[in-house]
Ligand binder design. Structure first.
Ligand code: WT7
Length: 654
């Protein structure tokens, strides 16, 4: 949290009250109404959440709303449900049965529509396939696919039979896939032959083959045919989706599961090299994703909702699949790149499908800005009525552009703060009720009690930068880190106020202004946010150090106009290795091979030593400064050898 970023945000003083016409038909129509509901939600959380839970089908009703034994929570205790019954069956049995659940568009322009009734059938079929392949309640199923409707079908099929899905983003390389499958001990991998990206084929199945060769838990691989490129199929282990669904029937009763039954594991980066398997459970996640989606996106029956996130990240889980389907919404799902075949692709999708609600990330908005207004101008975007953003702080300039060019000055913007761990949005405007300020995520959602605190846990004064914490448990909170409950306790709950204090540390810096509005200032730990992807620097460092030429590596983030943050790697070499441009390329390739292309450092700098404390800890703070400004102004008194920094700052980066 630099003074500079605090100051730049403080300069923003524009306020946009909710549009009156929008407010008249919104679910929450005024700040007073928000205030009333919010106050009830924090004064009587049990009453509030029980009311919310009544909107869902429970095979047996919850006895209690919350059992809170910090930092362990159980929500809707004793309730049993099935999230797919609520997300699919309910609608397939109602007037919505022929309503589009998923409007899909492939990169080449082909389209598919899955109504709720059709989705129901697909989910039942695949649930029966999983059963037939021996998947039992609680088993983990890894899903490594492109953006085809079947990725949602596979997730829902798992949930239907009480299996735990772990979706691994299709951009991950074989080693990263292997590590995640092994950590989860998945018995099945569901994949595609390949995925299309900018007209190229990403050979998902052959990446799976490489990974699974080192995954002893995997018994079967199911392959959805998307590209029809030849792939190798191992008899007995590998099965084509279209063949196995032929061999089962389409009736499958949803299994009633306990509210606390794990629904999924989603891996995210942390401050160590080992990815964290964030565990979400059923009942609380169901209620929270659905109601946040309804209120924050002000969803109505005839909306067409388009979220550009990949299903492989939490945004795709909560706001492409679960939240919208639980609400019986129509979701647009796009397979490919936003600039394929041209930079107007997303606007063309919005126009042709009649999108009314559009949700994307600041990094994408900055790319749209750079590409120029001519692209959105070519399309009729008058159907849009609400815009959303998520993933990193949005600079006021990008916010204003989004509002003016995409929203034509008419659409409210919801800047939604949340995390993989929170499962659902925690801080965001409600579009008919909350005046917005460009760059601020505004006020907490119902039941959420955030604060900005100092290291000792005391609350900061208005506009004083500090740590963003959540002071109450919430229904969609993570329950553990898979296989490592200590990490859950230490990482999130012990940092501020001790592990039994019940204060959740987000890892973000923030400030709250004089109106109580929250302004997020980015991560305060060794996690960087590159183009909306959260990356642990330790993970990239360990990929670099795995190269035979590398002795030591330190990776830091620095501000980047397009990507939010860029990755800067400082590398020292083992004796006998030359610092060549070729080696830089090899190291970037090494990261691409071990983690994925999206994690390649933007800059690699060779150094003869890294700045360290006397106890041998790399001083990343100094490296961050060098990477950002080329010089060091911070405290260097604990530095072991000052000349290291002098050499790094003297040398310009190439
Ligand atoms: C981190 C979580 C939650 C979906 C996407 C990312 C940053 C997220 C905002 C926002 C400022 C934001 C935070 C957070 N972040 N939304 N609206 N304004 N920062 O999920 O990979 O779990 O990353 O993204 O730093 O901690 P994630």
């Amino acid at each position: 949290m630099s003074q500079q970023s605090i100051e730049s945000l403080l300069k923003e003083s524009r306020v946009f009250p909710p549009d009156e016409e929008f407010a008249t038909r919104a679910h929450v129509r005024s700040f007073e109404q928000y205030r009333e509901l919010y106050d009830k939600s924090v004064q009587d959380p049990e009453g509030f959440w029980m009311d919310m839970a009544r909107g869902f089908h429970w095979f047996s009703q919850p006895r209690d709303v919350l059992q809170w034994d910090p930092p362990d929570a159980r929500w809707f205790v004793g309730g049993s449900t099935n999230i797919t019954y609520n997300a699919v069956d309910r609608h397939a049995q109602s007037l919505r049965r022929n309503k589009a659940a998923i409007l899909w568009e492939g990169e080449f322009g082909e389209t598919r529509t899955l109504t709720y009734q059709q989705l129901h059938r697909e989910v039942c079929l695949f649930a029966n396939v999983l059963r037939k392949l021996g998947v039992r309640t609680g088993d983990r199923v890894a899903i490594y696919m492109g953006m085809v409707p079947e990725i949602a079908v596979a997730m829902l099929a798992c949930a239907r039979i009480g299996a735990v899905h772990t979706v691994i983003f299709g951009g991950f390389a074989a080693d990263a896939l292997r590590d995640r499958v092994n950590d989860a001990k998945a018995s099945i991998v569901v994949t595609c032959d390949g995925a299309y990206r900018r007209g190229q084929v990403i050979p998902l199945k052959s990446i799976v083959d490489k990974a699974v060769a080192q995954c002893p838990s995997v018994r079967h691989v199911v392959v959805y045919k998307r590209t029809a490129e030849p792939v190798s199929m191992e008899p007995g282990r590998d099965h084509y989706w279209h063949e196995v669904v032929q061999a089962v029937n389409a009736s499958s009763a949803p299994l009633p599961v306990d509210s606390e039954q794990p629904l999924f594991i989603l891996y995210t980066s942390g401050t160590t090299g080992k990815p964290k398997g964030v565990v979400h459970t059923t009942g609380g996640y169901m209620v929270a994703t659905a109601i946040t989606h309804k209120y924050i996106f002000d969803l109505h029956e005839n909306d067409t909702y388009f979220c550009t996130a990949d299903v492989g990240w939490i945004t795709g889980h909560s706001y492409v699949v679960y939240g919208p389907l639980l609400n019986g919404a129509t979701v647009v799902m796009y397979e490919g790149a936003p600039d394929y075949p041209d930079r107007g692709r997303l606007w063309s999708i919005c126009e042709r499908w009649g999108v009314t609600i559009f949700y994307t990330a600041p990094t994408a908005i900055r790319a749209f800005m750079r590409w120029g207004e001519q692209w959105p101008m070519k399309h009729d975007l008058s159907g849009l009525r609400l815009l959303g953003t998520v993933g990193e702080p949005i600079n006021p300039e990008a916010w204003m552009w989004y509002q003016r060019v995409i929203g034509n000055g008419r659409c409210p913007i919801v800047d939604t703060w949340w995390q993989t761990e929170t499962g659902a949005v925690m801080i965001s405007p409600l579009p008919g009720a909350i005046p917005t300020k460009p760059g601020s995520v505004t006020v907490p959602f119902f039941g959420v009690v955030p604060d900005v605190v100092r290291k000792d846990g005391t609350s900061c004064a208005p506009n004083e930068g500090g740590y963003l914490v959540l002071k109450r448990p919430w229904p969609s909170m993570l329950r553990t880190v898979y296989g490592d409950h200590d990490r859950y306790v230490n990482q999130y709950w012990a940092e501020i106020g001790g592990s039994e204090g019940g204060i959740y540390f987000t890892g973000d810096g923030a400030r709250r202004d004089e109106d109580g509005y929250f302004w997020i200032m980015g991560r305060v730990d060794d996690v960087v946010n590159v183009a909306g992807h959260r990356l642990g620097t330790a993970e990239i460092e360990s990929a670099l150090v795995a190269h035979r030429a590398v002795a030591e590596a330190a990776v830091v983030g620095r501000p980047d106009e397009m990507k939010g943050q860029a990755l800067c790697a400082f590398v020292t070499l083992r004796p006998g290795n030359q610092a060549t441009p070729q080696l830089k390329q090899d190291l970037a390739e090494q990261v691409a091979k071990e983690i994925g292309r999206f994690a390649r450092p933007d800059v690699i700098r060779f150094a003869d030593a890294l700045p360290k404390t006397r106890s041998g800890k790399i001083m990343r703070r100094l490296l961050k400064e060098i990477a950002s400004n080329g010089q060091v102004t911070g405290d260097t008194t604990t530095l072991e050898d000052l000349s290291v920094v002098a050499r790094l700052t003297a040398e310009p980066e190439e």
